[in-house]
Design a protein around this ligand. Structure first.
Ligand SMILES: Nc1ncnc2c1ncn2[C@@H]1O[C@H](COP(=O)(O)OP(=O)(O)OP(=O)(O)O)[C@@H](O)[C@H]1O
Length: 391
């Protein structure tokens, strides 16, 4: 599946599928570097005992296969056939009235509070598009970018959701000042109602786990929680969906990240990095993971790029130019180089995102949001829709 170990893992995957008798209930097999196997098993939620028996039997069979060091599994509800896509409206506008995708269209769309209609849509009712924010390493500013980007989009009038799937350190509740909030359940639908803050709807894996519990959250468990937050929460309705759900994912390119990229109908990803060369090698791995799972990467966001002293001199504390070099090497746009700003750090600590309260940060993240909208728009190239620029 990955790099030089491709062949042996593919062989092992085949063995596993064969040992299970190629069942249609096996949704996916993920094999970690050291032979750890995660099975995703489809099951009927109305028959929990049968589901559990299926899981135990499958794990027992896979455990016996040589090359497998451990096996775990996650049960997922069998999905109904996906609703017909309400995709882009293809118009019959004369060519002279069409506009090139990108450029002003997206800018205007962002101003109007909409992701461009041309951008591909997710298949989850109530959520138009899903953007995952990823980083190959921890502590690079991924959650800060997720929160402030979400706020900038909401300020522009979009309906934005922010889901914190960072198992290793769910920090969104701190950054939004919602640590003591708890999602409630709708009496009508029985679904989880996201917490509302800073103009966003938000849910965090932190709400579903005990913060003092040992960090046992790993691929399969996190996937169940993420699936629950995605499918069993009232983000929007099919008639009035979220324009975009931003997911802050756990750092790294391991099983948990791979499972997210494979299992969730992600529209696109954004990769956050610092200018450090050591982080950039990891960014390349992250981009490769998304390429393998066919999730388009919109671009790179470099953050903590420099610190500006009161005299206006820039200090490149973490190196310089690395983000643009990686973006060039990967053929991806560098969507932002965000400086270190005290207001951004303080905003994260105080639960008042800087994009909401600080003018400089507000402008920087508005610009990033605009570029993200342009790139989302640019995804809709196949088949090319005719986009009408409203006069
Ligand atoms: N542009 C910035 N200016 C100043 N401080 C920043 C900036 N970006 C991030 N920080 C600070 O750096 C720290 C790490 O940021 P953050 O928590 O967003 O990283 P992360 O990649 O999400 O980390 P984790 O791996 O824990 O998820 C935080 O204290 C945050 O306030």
């Amino acid at each position: 599946m990955f790099g030089s170990k491709d062949k042996s893992r593919r062989k092992l995957e085949e063995k596993i599928i064969q040992a299970l008798g190629q069942p249609d209930w096996l949704e996916s097999v993920t094999i970690g570097e050291d032979g750890r196997v995660v099975l995703v098993i489809k099951a009927d939620p109305a028959q929990p005992e049968a589901a559990e028996a299926r899981r135990i039997e499958a794990e027992g069979k896979v455990e016996l296969i040589s090359g497998v060091s451990s096996v775990s599994s996650v049960l997922t509800a069998e999905r109904a056939a996906s609703a017909p896509s309400k995709e882009v409206h293809l118009s019959h506008t004369p060519a002279s009235k069409r506009v090139r995708k990108g450029a002003r269209l997206s800018d205007d769309a962002l101003q109007q509070g909409k992701v461009p209609s041309a951008a591909p849509k997710s298949s989850i009712p109530g959520i138009s598009r899903i953007l995952v924010v990823a980083s190959a390493k921890g502590g690079v500013g991924k959650s800060t970018v997720s929160v402030n980007l979400a706020v900038a989009m909401a300020k522009a009038g979009m309906k934005v959701g922010l889901m914190d799937a960072d198992i290793y350190g769910p920090s969104i509740p701190t950054m939004l000042g919602t640590v003591s909030s708890e999602p409630t359940t709708s009496q009508e639908s029985g679904k989880l109602l996201p917490v509302e803050a800073a103009g966003l709807k938000t849910l965090s894996i932190g709400y579903l786990s005990d913060p003092d519990a040992p960090m046992i959250w790993r691929g399969p468990i996190v996937m169940s929680a993420i699936t629950q937050m995605l499918n069993d929460a009232e983000w929007g309705t099919p008639e009035d969906p979220l324009d975009i759900l931003i997911i802050d994912t756990p750092p790294g390119t391991g099983d948990a990240q791979l499972t997210i990229a494979q299992r969730i109908p992600v529209t696109a990803a954004l990769i956050v990095t610092t200018p450090q060369e050591v982080a950039l090698a990891d960014v390349r791995r992250g981009a490769a993971m998304f390429a393998k799972t066919e999730v388009p990467v919109l671009g790179i966001v470099e953050t903590m790029s420099w610190f500006e002293d009161p005299a206006g001199n820039r200090h490149y504390l973490m190196g310089q130019g690395g983000g643009s070099a990686t973006a060039n090497a990967l053929g991806l746009p560098l969507l932002a180089e965000l400086p270190m700003l005290q207001a951004v750090r303080e905003g994260g600590d105080s639960g008042q995102p800087a994009a909401l309260t600080d003018e400089t940060a507000g402008q920087l993240f508005h610009e990033l949001a605009r570029k993200v909208a342009i790139e989302l728009d640019g995804l809709a190239t196949k088949p090319t829709p005719d986009i009408v620029f409203e006069d």
